[in-house]
Design a protein around this ligand. Structure first.
Ligand code: ZN
Length: 531
């Protein structure tokens, strides 16, 4: 006897193959059988004719480890059909934590939801603490190099000593044993930006030994894009582990078109036998912390030291000089003007949210650099921005590349409570439906089954997940039922906290989290462990 039969949907199984009309039977947490189930007995039946049934989507690039702690329902992701999120990206993870540098890590945190108190130390402790209260979707944790480096040596702007490097390697190995899936870097963010390639390779080797992979927000996404891709590939070669190039893009109009060359580097590495892939989100704006505008030396000693520098006339003059004549490839001001930078979130000066830096500056009678200094100081160094700096043609190239999968670079948000604040990048609400609706259906850029493959079978292959990412007997019942004629994103830059349409049912581990478009409150997700 089956628990559930989903009848008559066009099943797109995640392999990239076109769909076929059939039934899917679920028992406990797994898909028990696929085929004609019209005569099978089942606890309940769901008629899904005219709908597509697909494996639950895997968000290959997420930052929800800073958000789910405060709201386990994963609203903005589960409503897109996401059933697994890969978190700990861009060098940021909530563990490991050293008592000595706890304050530095708190300041480095992307967000700190209420109650997220860093009482854990190891990655194992963190995962256990997180798992205790349940979550709507499954979580795959990466370990951030920035977090590792802070645990070993704080915000020191120098190479690690032999002992500090050994500490980072030991913490990485411990994390792999405790259930982490690999190492991430954010090489534009201090302290990651202070690490040499050799340091990254040494830590990556510790992950590679345990079959982890390397996900990198590479050292440059503008003028130095190609050198940065080459560096990531070198880490894979010398570290002995697969490489995931995070959120592939070429930032800034002078660099538009370079995504083709970046993809060619990935192809060449694969031809050499290296396992290199990447991910992309379907938008032409990026988003990150506002302090990324500053030269990275401003972060030496940590965020509090950075804020103090904004009040020091000498440091301020030097910052201004370097921001007015930026070195190509350093920071973001070499490629994007203040009119294309929008403040998306800040804790105190809520009037700044949704406004361009040029508007904020004009309203306060300041020049844009002073307006940024003032805002960063008022916010204690913590604010976010959206940068309108990417090329649609580059995006389309990445979306159709066979080794590029979908990753939102967003988080599980919600239009209520603390997660409903500000005007965050719409990718947190719209990424997956936007690929399916705008790019697959409306623009016909790629077939629906290929788009779904990039959200399911391909990321499962990257992760080595054998029991998710496909619709087949024995696989875990992470499933999405969607209306292929309706599915679409609704979130915009002006009005981002909007759920998509056309995602009707979502099951995680065999249980409905979304049923008839509504959240059931069920929390069947869990922390996934590799192998
Ligand atoms: Zn990133």
């Amino acid at each position: 006897m089956l628990d559930l039969v989903i009848e008559g949907a066009t099943v797109i199984d995640g392999t990239g193959a076109a769909g076929a009309r059939t039934d899917v039977g679920v028992r406990d947490e797994a898909i028990a059988v696929v085929g004609d189930l019209s005569k099978e007995r089942a606890g309940s039946r769901l008629n899904a004719s005219g709908r597509v049934l697909a494996p639950g989507f895997i968000d290959m690039h997420s930052h929800s480890d800073w958000r789910l702690w405060g709201n386990r329902r994963a609203e903005s992701k589960i409503r897109q059909g996401v059933t697994t999120e890969v978190v700990g990206n861009c060098g940021f993870s909530p563990a490991p934590v050293s008592a000595e540098f706890l304050d530095e890590l708190r300041a480095f945190a992307l967000y700190q939801p209420k109650g997220m108190d860093f009482s854990w130390r190891s990655v194992g402790d963190w995962l256990a603490a997180f798992d205790r209260d349940g979550t709507a979707l499954n979580v795959v944790q990466l370990v951030g190099h920035g977090t590792l480096r802070i645990a070993a040596m704080g915000f020191a702007r120098r190479p690690p000593s032999a002992a500090e490097l050994a500490t980072m390697q030991r913490l990485m190995a411990d994390a792999m044993n405790a259930g982490a899936w690999g190492l991430s870097t954010g090489l534009i963010y201090a302290p990651g930006s202070w690490a040499t390639t050799e340091e990254i390779v040494a830590v990556a080797q510790a992950a590679g030994r345990y079959r982890g992979f390397y996900a990198s927000h590479i050292r440059g996404e503008g003028a130095t894009l190609l050198a940065a891709v080459a560096e990531a590939i070198r880490v894979g070669r010398e570290g002995g582990l697969p490489v995931q190039i995070s959120h592939v893009k070429a930032a800034g109009r002078p660099n538009w078109g370079k995504v083709a060359e970046a993809l060619a580097l990935i192809d060449a590495a694969r031809a050499e036998g290296l396992d290199v892939m990447g991910d992309v989100y379907p938008y032409t704006a990026s988003s990150t912390t506002l302090r990324t505008i500053l030269p990275d030396w401003a972060l030496e000693g940590g965020v509090a030291a950075m804020v103090a520098r904004l009040d020091d006339p000498d440091a301020r003059a030097r910052l201004r000089r370097e921001m007015e004549t930026p070195t190509p490839g350093a920071g973001v001001l070499d490629r994007v003007g203040f009119e294309n930078i929008m403040i998306s979130w800040c804790a105190k000066r809520k009037d700044a949210e949704g406004k361009r830096v040029t508007e904020i500056a004009a309203a306060r009678g300041l020049d844009p650099i002073d307006a940024v200094f003032e805002l960063l100081r008022d916010e204690g160094g913590s604010a976010y921005m959206i940068l309108f700096q990417l090329d649609e043609a580059d995006l389309r190239r990445a979306l159709v590349h066979p080794w590029i999968m979908i990753g939102s670079d967003g988080s599980s948000l919600a239009p209520y409570g603390e997660l409903g604040a500000g005007k965050p990048h719409p990718r947190s609400y719209g990424t997956f439906p936007r690929v399916l609706g705008e790019y697959a259906r409306e623009q016909r850029l790629l077939p629906l089954a290929q788009a779904i493959h990039k959200m399911t079978g391909l990321p499962a292959r990257r992760l080595g997940l054998t029991d998710r990412g496909h619709v087949r007997p024995g696989a875990r019942a992470d499933l999405v039922v969607l209306d292929p004629k309706q599915v679409a994103d609704r979130a915009t830059y002006e009005d981002p906290h909007r759920y998509p349409v056309g995602i009707e049912h979502v099951l995680v581990n065999g249980r409905f989290v979304i049923k008839h478009g509504e959240h059931t409150g069920s929390l069947p997700g869990r922390v996934l462990r590799p192998f």
